[in-house]
Write a protein of this length. Structure first.
Length: 249
């Protein structure tokens, strides 16, 4: 039986008295397109950063590609692609210069970097933008370039934190067509979002609120289970129920 891509067991992260992530558990299968749906501040980004080896948990545990988030964070970074919520490439460098820099950081040979730049330029339609400075690109093309950098070393798991924030719905759909192609190639796609239409593109989602996962399942199944017409109504119903449960008596 194939090992899951991501396993989270009772994972928590506290900042002082604030519980950003509060005792969550989850399994994501290889090749799955999985969505973390929640409002800003729900704990999605903090969870992603722990899984990517960028932030140590307060308690609990997790494995990514079979590697432990506590003891093997550097090995995890070599096996995953990560696209942060904020544009993190060097704005004064061109797209190809950014790719060459990150390719070297990933330990790829010069010839391999050139091969990957050519392949990703084709896949992401970056030819007309690859030699322009990152700062000069429209938001959507910056996101596409950032995705290209995250894919340079051919990771088996791709973590995307709000990858289409600030782009128009048409571009968002185009971006997801690319993610579907990656999933068909066996890449596990783990994406955080607060867009309902984007969450519907995922095979499964977890709905997160105030640091906790309150429901996991296929978007359509969750709506049918609760008798809701769409995912937005499902989300509101679950969050309202959670708040009522946690309200002081």
């Amino acid at each position: 039986m194939n090992q899951p891509a991501v396993v989270i067991e009772n994972l928590s992260r506290h900042f002082g008295q604030f519980k950003a992530v509060d005792n969550i558990s989850l399994t994501v299968n290889k090749g799955e397109t999985f969505g973390f749906l929640g409002a800003n501040g729900a704990g999605k980004t903090t969870t992603i950063r722990m899984l990517c080896g960028l932030l140590m948990p307060t308690s609990g545990g997790g494995k990514v590609a079979g590697l432990d988030v506590y003891t093997q964070p550097e090995l995890i970074k070599k096996r995953i692609g990560y696209m942060s919520q904020r544009f993190s490439l060097y704005p004064d460098l061109t797209g190809s210069e950014n790719m060459r820099f990150y390719g070297a950081a990933y330990g790829l040979s010069t010839s391999r970097v050139h091969q990957r730049i050519a392949a990703l330029s084709q896949m992401l339609s970056l030819h007309d933008f690859i030699d322009r400075s990152a700062a000069s690109l429209p938001v959507g093309w910056r996101q596409r370039l950032a995705l290209g950098v995250a894919l340079l070393h051919e990771p088996e798991i791709l973590f995307l934190d709000e990858p289409t924030a600030g782009v128009d719905p048409v571009f968002r759909r185009m971006f997801w067509e690319i993610l579907y192609e990656l999933a068909e190639q066996g890449v596990t796609v783990f994406v955080t979002t607060h867009y309902m239409d984007e969450a519907e593109f995922c095979g499964r989602i977890s709905i997160m609120h105030q640091g906790r996962i309150i429901r996991v399942g296929r978007p359509l199944d969750l709506a049918q289970e609760l008798g809701c017409e769409n995912l937005e109504e499902t989300f509101v119903t679950l969050v309202r129920s959670q708040e009522e449960t946690n309200a002081p008596s």
